[in-house]
Design a protein around this ligand. Structure first.
Ligand code: NDP
Length: 389
């Protein structure tokens, strides 16, 4: 463990992903302020080993137990302790060797380690939006109980969070989440039915992991973000609005009850919200590219086409219904996205799978944590049966 007490000790859960690798760039650039104490991966042992050799963390976890020996052997000459398996993620999340967890595992798999980090009083920098979509009520309740700050990393929620600094006494009328519209903006179902995985992964503004790239193409990402925003900022569904803003310069906005609107702007670069979350409440000088307003000719806004991108309507329904419905939607979406990525279903089928799963898995108005886990499992099984996975 590093000795200096002014250094914030970071655990990156999902260090080999798009968010995780960018977070390590931030840490490397500011090693007088941050140290990487825990790094975790699922299957990418090679990159985890490389990261461990460079950052010399206290602990690494490899989710895939078959890769334990390879990681252990590669790090035998270092002080880094090696753990393996899904339960090790929770075990390690509860340890005292770090101050802040960057929750950057993708999907439902991020929920349990994040919960454990909250229950042991760690600050949470939250990239994993699925955690709040699945069990937002329990997560936010626990965060209050354990006095744990949850600092959003998602660029839209980071924008709103930044707009709200200094506004604790002022009422929010609504928030406006901006959406780039993804690679298929303006396209209609007759085009979308034929798009392939390669097209859908080509996001115009952001370079992200595969799951969120597909979610952005279907607009499910914005649906997940609406639910994430409700929990993070304690809003009613009516206070959450989405506007398409293809340039991804305005990252989101808050309208207060006097009608004034605050926005946060920046170039589309996830390193900025990552750094903000790691350093909060400080801002740190960096050398990221700056915006040049003389070169930005237009910022445009339009309504989302919810007739074509029906996932946004499904997410709206789940947000309104609440209970276990967002959890069911999320589980069906994860199954549908991975089936699409494996060319098992077409782009539009994803929405049908989610819709049918939401219509079938029993609704629970106030689920316990156990019931969330059960709903997730039921929804996954139902969606997988539909697709015949
Ligand atoms: P990636 O797919 O690039 O990375 C995911 C990370 O999670 C990898 O380290 C991966 O390990 C690990 N992982 C995957 N499955 C498991 C599992 N079952 N158990 C343990 N670890 C697992 O995702 P992103 O970085 O793009 O996204 C991470 C989260 O951040 C998502 O929730 C996403 O919605 C959110 N987010 C991402 C943004 C982005 O720009 N990428 C922007 C805003 C939010 P391995 O490499 O070994 O597979």
């Amino acid at each position: 463990m590093k000795e200096q007490s002014h250094i914030k000790r970071i655990a990156i859960f999902g260090s080999t992903g798009s968010i995780g690798t960018q977070a390590l760039e931030v840490i490397a650039a500011h090693n007088d302020q941050f140290s990487a104490e825990i790094l975790t991966a699922n299957t990418n042992a090679d990159l985890l080993i490389q990261q461990a050799l460079e950052f010399q963390p206290n602990i690494v976890v490899i989710g895939d137990e078959k890769k334990y020996t390879a990681v252990k052997d590669a790090l035998a000459s270092t002080d880094t302790k090696v753990f393996a398996g899904q339960s090790a993620l929770e075990e390690v999340a509860a340890m005292d060797c770090y101050d802040l967890m960057l929750a950057a595992i993708v999907g439902y798999a991020g929920l349990k380690p994040t919960l454990k980090a909250i229950e042991t009083g760690k600050i949470i920098a939250l990239a994993n939006k699925e955690t709040l979509v699945v069990a937002g009520d329990i997560i936010m309740r626990k965060a209050v109980e354990y006095k744990v700050p949850i600092i959003p990393v998602d660029s839209e929620h980071s924008a709103i969070f930044q707009c709200l600094v200094g506004e604790t006494r002022n009422k929010i009328e609504k928030i406006i989440l901006t959406a780039s519209g993804g690679p298929f903006i303006g396209r209609k179902p007759n085009y979308l039915v034929n798009v392939k995985r390669e097209h859908a992964l080509q996001h115009p503004n952001w370079n992200m992991g595969v799951k969120i790239s597909i979610d952005s193409a279907t607009l499910m990402n914005k649906g997940l973000e609406m639910i994430e925003a409700k929990w993070l900022f304690n809003l009613s569904p009516q206070q959450v609005e989405v506007v398409i803003h293809p340039q991804s310069i305005i990252h989101s906005m808050v309208q207060f009850e006097d009608g004034s609107v605050k926005a946060q702007l920046g170039l589309p670069d996830m390193k900025l919200p990552i750094q903000y979350a790691l350093a909060f409440p400080k801002r740190i000088k960096n050398d990221f590219p700056r915006m040049d307003f003389n070169k930005i000719n237009t910022l445009t806004f339009e309504e989302p086409d919810v007739k074509t991108f029906r996932n946004l309507m499904l997410a709206w329904e789940a947000l309104n219904k609440s209970g276990n419905m967002p959890c069911i939607m999320n589980a069906a979406n994860e199954i549908a996205v991975y089936a699409f990525l494996r060319n098992r279903i077409n782009f539009l089928d994803m929405t049908d799978v989610i819709e049918q799963t939401m219509a079938t898995v029993p609704f629970i108005e106030q689920p316990t944590l156990e019931e969330y886990f059960e709903s997730d499992g039921e929804a996954r099984n139902f969606a997988a049966d539909l697709i015949k996975l």
